[in-house]
Design a protein around this ligand. Structure first.
Ligand code: GAL
Length: 472
């Protein structure tokens, strides 16, 4: 059974996005009665049309159905606020002030400051770790975004910049990500923090909460300096999809050198979801530089590569070959000039959605949701999907960066948003931020060419200190 939620932050009911409409009639008008009546009819027709369009975009009934079916669904869409008090700066001598006058003042500066007194809020210690072993029997299933998350061996999960494969054959979820359990260092003064390649970590789970370590399914190359996976290079954001035609599990990843100048994608393949994966090759897809990337397998079996390109100015999308081992010659430029990365794609009721981040390295920034009728575009930006927390939470994607969106079977319009809270001081201690993502409700800002009518459903990611899937 699903227990009640005891410790809740301040909550308020969800805004329904219906704004009151006022209509004023000037009784003293000199206009003829017929003009007034015609005008009134016209106005009512527009109102009716507007309500029809809004109803189309507002799956309120669906949400209600979900709430009826799963009473705890309501809790996912409640807006939970966070209040932080930034502690007054510690007293420092005049000399110390002169040496280093600036103290962090904003929450973001506190987040980025390894010595901040608020560090424990963003990176709580082992005492609060989410531990499936401890919960054996009473099964908690609670997600605590930002806490250390242990696997079923009691070790912190190492699957950063990851993605999930739902293997229909075994009805098991596999989580693949960067295994970063090595020392963090800077290759040179201006280089960004890094961990040598260890490989791709793989974890399995039936419930998306208790994860069993399946091993490092693609491993670094220790000695061959010419190999893409040579440990001093970069392997990021691995994603795995299953090819129904070939029966193979195909992994794509961002391959780079330590200076991020190689800007390529790498491809590996395996007969089993748990590997080992056989590394095939790397390339610059369609002849372009490629950094943050993801894969998306559509319902018709066609899979797509999505990557940040042209020095992260644009995103490129292109279908893979039938065996998923290469790109084809087809490629579309989307969100051109918008400098987006960390793409995470999903689909709902025939519409494609994507969450992206801005480009600020390991530092968090504002997420944006985008929507498209065709995966090849045009893609339109709906806005920042983050709800709750507080302003700085929403402006920093809850101090994290998107990596993947998991569809929840049986819960239409409901997904899990997966993000990384990077810790550049100790990358292996980066945290996972998993939150409910719901598609529903009208978009906040009508789009440029939609004559004021919101065309897309709203995408909302709800902040929760702790939450669980409603069907546990
Ligand atoms: C981010 C990117 C991460 C990683 C990082 C390195 O922009 O999303 O995957 O590459 O930069 O600084």
């Amino acid at each position: 059974m699903f227990p009640g939620i005891e410790e809740r932050g301040k909550m308020r009911a969800r805004n329904k996005y219906r704004r009151p409409t006022t209509f004023r009639c000037n009784a003293g008008s000199r206009l003829g009665l017929s003009t007034v009546v015609l005008g009134l009819i016209g106005f009512l027709a527009v109102l009716h049309l507007l309500s029809l369009l809004r109803d189309k975009a507002l799956p309120d009934e669906e949400t209600q159905l979900l709430i009826d079916q799963y009473p705890y669904f309501q809790e996912l869409v409640e807006v939970e606020e966070e209040v932080f008090r930034i502690p007054p700066p510690r007293k420092r001598s005049a000399r110390a002030m002169k040496r280093k006058p600036k103290r962090p003042t904003t929450l973001l500066e506190e987040f980025l400051d390894e010595t901040s007194q608020l560090r424990h809020i963003f990176f709580p210690d082992m005492k609060t770790a989410v531990d499936p072993l401890k919960e054996v029997g009473n099964g908690s299933y609670y997600y605590y975004p930002g806490r250390i998350w242990l696997d079923t061996d009691g070790k912190p999960i190492q699957a950063h910049g990851g993605g999930i494969l739902h293997d229909k054959n075994s009805r098991t979820y596999y989580w693949y990500g960067e295994y970063k359990d090595g020392p963090t260092y800077h290759a040179h003064k201006k280089g960004s923090a890094r961990v040598d390649i260890i490989g791709v970590g793989c974890y399995s789970s039936r419930d998306l909460w208790a994860w069993k370590f399946e091993g490092i399914v693609l491993t670094a190359e220790e000695t061959d300096e010419t190999h893409d996976l040579y440990k001093f290079n970069v392997l990021e954001r691995p994603k795995v999809i299953y090819n129904d035609k070939t029966g193979k599990y195909v992994m794509w990843m961002h391959i780079d050198d330590a200076n991020y100048t190689k800007a390529s994608v790498g491809v590996a393949v395996s007969d089993y979801p748990t590997g080992p994966f056989n590394y095939l090759y790397s390339k610059q897809p369609h002849g372009f530089d490629s950094r943050d990337m993801t894969l998306f397998k559509d319902e018709d079996g066609v899979a797509y590569l999505v990557y940040s390109s042209e020095d992260n100015t644009d995103l490129h999308i292109g279908p893979l070959t039938n065996d998923y081992l290469d790109v084809t010659s087809v490629m579309g430029r989307v969100l051109a000039g918008q400098h987006r990365e960390a793409p995470a794609l999903f689909k709902y009721q025939g519409t494609y959605y994507m969450i992206t981040s801005g480009c600020s390295g390991w530092a968090p920034n504002e997420a944006l949701a985008h929507a498209a009728e065709s995966i090849m575009g045009p893609w339109e930006t709906i806005g920042n999907p983050c709800m709750g927390g507080n302003k700085i939470f929403r402006q920093t994607t809850f101090f994290s960066q998107s990596t993947f969106v998991i569809p929840l079977p049986g819960l239409p319009g409901s997904f899990i948003f997966m993000a990384d809270r990077w810790n550049p001081a100790e990358l292996r201690d980066s945290r996972y931020v998993w939150l409910p993502l719901i598609v529903g409700g009208a978009a906040d800002h009508p789009l440029e060419h939609s004559f004021g009518f919101p065309l897309w459903s709203r995408v909302s990611i709800y902040w929760h200190k702790r939450w669980r899937l409603p069907f546990k």
